[in-house]
Structure formats: C-alpha cells, structure tokens
Write a protein that binds this ligand. Structure first.
Ligand SMILES: CSC[C@H]1O[C@@H](n2cnc3c(O)ncnc32)[C@H](O)[C@@H]1O
Ligand code: ZN
Length: 434
C-alpha cells in the first residue's frame, strides 16, 4: 500500500481538543491516516513513497454535505425566487418527470465536480435513478450516503414499485465501492407520504438495518398541513410512526418548538441544516443555536443546486456561523469552531460514520482537503480556524483526497472529465420541455 506524508502544513484536526498543529504533518497508508503531529525532522528512513511539502497550506478533514439531490444540478437557475411548494409543484416535479437515467447521470457529474472542487469529500443524496448516482460516485472516488427518495403522491402500485426499487438499490449498493457508498431509506416528506407508506419504509429500513432520511418541518405550510391532516405537527407525527426508533437524519428542521427540539435530542435524531436553501425559498431560519445547546447533532447541507444554487459548502459554513448571530442578536451564537464542527465532525455523525470520518486522527479515513494559504485573504497568518470559516471560499481548495486517493491535485480534477460533463449536462437540459 502506498505511504504518503504531507508535511509543513497547518493541520486543523477538528479533533476532541480542537487542535491546530503549526508546521504539522499528516501521513496515510492506503485509505487510513497513520500519523498526525509535528513535521518529523528526518524522513530518510521512514519509508514514505511520497513526501509532499505543503509550505504552510491548511489541511482540514474533508467537508461533509448531509443533504442534497445531485441530479438536480441540471435545473440550476431554472426556477428562482419562488416559495417551496410552488417551486416543487409547478417547476421541479414537471421537469423531473421528464428525467431519464442519463439526465441524472450528467446532472450528478456536474455536482460531483463542484463538490470535489470545493472540498466536499462525503455527501448525502436523495433522488431517483440512484444506480446512475452510485455508478458516478464509484467512478469519481467520492464517498456518499445514498437513498432512493420516495414520493407517495401516486397510485399504490407505483408506491410499491418505488419501495421495491429502493430496496433493490440498498441491497446492491450498501457498503460497496470499498465501503465508500452506504445507503439509507428515504420517504420524501410527511406531506408527500401517507402514514401507511412511511410505516412500510420504516419496516423495510428495520429489516435491512439501515438509517432513515426525510425532509421535515421545512415550511410553516408543511406544519399547518400536518396538523390539519393528522392532528399533529411533523415531529410528533414521525415519532408516533416510530421513525425515530431507527437512526434518522432529517433535512431542514426549520419550524420547531422547544418541545420538538427536546424530542429530537431524546432520540438522537440528526439534523441537516440547509441554510442557503431555506433562505432562498424563504422557508425560514432553523433554530440552530437552540438545537446545538440541547445536544442535537446539527450538520450542514446544500440541498440541490436548483434551490441553492451551488454545492459549495463553504457558503453554508460561513452563513451558519453568521446568520444565527444576526437573527439572535448574539455575537457568540455558532462560534467559528462550532460551525467547522458542523461541516465535519457533526457531518460524520449525520451520515452515521463518526468512528471513521469527520476529523484528522490516526485510524480514521484519509479524507482530507488542502487549502492554498498563500493568498491575501488568509493573512495576517494567525487564527486559521477563523480564516477558514469567515474568509475562505471553495476556490481555495487545491487538493481533495478521499480514502487516501487524490481526486483533485493542484486544482486539477483527476477522476472526472469536466469538459465532457459540462457539455452533456447542457445537452440534457436542452432536451427538457419547459
Ligand atoms: C424523489 S426524492 C427528491 C425530491 O425532493 C425534491 N426536493 C428538492 N429540494 C427539496 C426541498 O427543499 N424540499 C422538499 N423537496 C425537495 C426534488 O425536487 C425531488 O422531487
Ligand atoms: Zn432536499
């Protein structure tokens, strides 16, 4: 197995002690980290196949995007400035109904390019034609937690076809691509899936020992609708259906009462905070400081490029750190260190892989990103965490490494043909009837 060491770097470990190592080094053998510490004085007999001098660049754990729909990059910019329900019903769903496996394949390629370029090493994806997504992830070298999203607003026969499709996908792809691909079961939302359908999906997740993923409490409309239809708000509704007895990741969680936050904390429900998407669709602002204070694990998600309109998690990172200060009149809400944990450690928890991902520690997966620190906006050279959260942007990422393999080196993508992907995505979009 190849042994590599990155030396003379500023290593932002995001470990328990939040250590930052100046003139530090990170070594990995195969897919695992084998050394984290000061740059060794003498490497002559250490047996490394490759020694890379980072000249002070920042090394961080790869970022983890805990909610999105990669295929939807095909619809970037197609329907801006609308509220969620109108955006979905009048714009997204009619176009998605025309999507083929090829549309999803090329939409996903665009997303993978953006994510690798901006330092995401693991992402969650909920969509249709998931075989195409899984094949693209496998070839790209990325890590992903994938799920076939199920919308229940169709005939019983179609619902059962979707459940069978999700089950077959899970059986075929869970723990594949050397463990880089894992799977969840995903009812789309409480307002698009009946209680009976959600129950069937929970039972299937139980049978397959898989976590669950769902959009929840995204808009005030959704909460009102749930109360009207079932006499309960979404959190109590899903609790009653037994969803939270299984490991669950919910996306959005914008409209929550204090009691609902207590329920999420009690069941260790993971929350994906989609700050840009929630602002753009005018859904609201999730009570993130309250959730964090009550011990809820809150990570960051982009949602899709159709509501974001990019997959650059550095934007979520900065906004998560500053928005909650503004709306709560509290300059210490979501400090920089906590925002960075949301993008890394808590993300690892969000994908149920905190043992192996989310920080730079010996034994964990070598999922690393390198930021070019030789730029004006990273100087004066102090407080690296502050610079990464408040001053950095996705284009600062020069190297992206997943499972010890470079997917991008010196800004050059190594596993995806970018020009072809851009060409094909445009061709796919032109085929859609708008
Ligand atoms: C078939 S699963 C994916 C499904 O979700 C839709 N979607 C995208 N973004 C959101 C969002 O913010 N809330 C609810 N649903 C969303 C997407 O259009 C797909 O149909
Ligand atoms: Zn979504």
């Amino acid at each position: 197995m190849k042994k590599t060491i990155l030396i003379h770097a500023t290593v932002i470990t995001v470990n328990d002690k939040n250590e930052v190592i100046h003139d530090g080094a990170v070594a990995f053998e195969g897919d695992k980290i084998t050394y984290v510490g000061p740059t060794p004085e003498d490497l002559t007999d250490a047996g490394y196949d490759e020694v890379i001098d980072q000249k002070g660049d920042f090394i961080l754990p790869g970022l983890i995007n805990t909610h999105g729909h990669a295929g939807m990059s095909l619809l970037r910019g197609y329907a801006d400035d609308l509220p969620l329900q109108q955006w979905l019903e009048e714009k997204m769903w009619p176009l998605e109904a025309q999507f083929t496996a090829d549309s999803v394949k090329w939409g996903t390629q665009l997303s993978l390019i953006e994510m690798i370029r901006t330092g995401t090493t693991t992402f969650v994806d909920m969509y249709d034609h998931m075989d195409e997504v899984a094949k693209a992830v496998e070839a790209s070298g990325m890590r992903a937690r994938l799920c076939r999203g199920m919308i229940g607003l169709c005939s019983e026969e179609e619902r059962q076809t979707k459940l069978a499709d999700a089950t077959a996908f899970a059986k075929e792809w869970h723990n594949q691509a050397d463990g880089r691909i894992t799977v969840m079961m995903a009812p789309h939302a409480p307002y698009t899936c009946s209680p009976e359908f959600i129950t069937q999906i929970i039972e299937k997740a139980d049978e397959l020992s898989l976590p669950l993923h769902i959009h929840m409490s995204e808009t005030a409309w959704e909460v009102g609708q749930n109360e009207k239809d079932y006499g309960l708000r979404p959190v109590a509704h899903l609790e009653k259906l037994g969803m939270f007895n299984r490991p669950t990741l919910v996306a959005h969680a914008v409209h929550l009462t204090d009691e609902e936050i207590d329920i999420l904390a009690k069941y260790k429900v993971r929350v994906s905070h989609n700050v840009v998407s929630n602002l753009k669709l005018a859904s609201g602002v999730a009570p993130v400081p309250k959730m964090l204070a009550k011990g809820v694990s809150v990570s960051l998600g982009t949602d899709s490029s159709a509501s974001n309109n990019n997959l650059n998690l550095f934007e979520e990172l900065k906004l998560a750190a500053i928005l909650h200060k503004g709306v709560n009149n509290d300059p210490v809400a979501v400090p920089a260190e906590e925002a960075l944990r949301m993008a890394t450690r808590y993300g690892a928890d969000g994908v149920f892989q905190s043992d192996t991902l989310g920080s730079i520690e010996v034994g964990k997966q070598a999922d690393l990103i390198v930021l070019d620190s030789h730029q004006a906006h990273f100087h004066p050279a102090h407080e690296p965490i502050s610079h990464v959260v408040y001053a950095a942007n996705g284009r600062d990422v020069k190297d992206t490494i997943v499972a010890g393999k470079f997917l991008m080196r010196n800004h050059k993508l190594l596993t995806i043909d970018e020009e072809r992907a851009i060409y094909e995505a445009n061709r796919m979009f032109q085929k859609l009837k708008r």
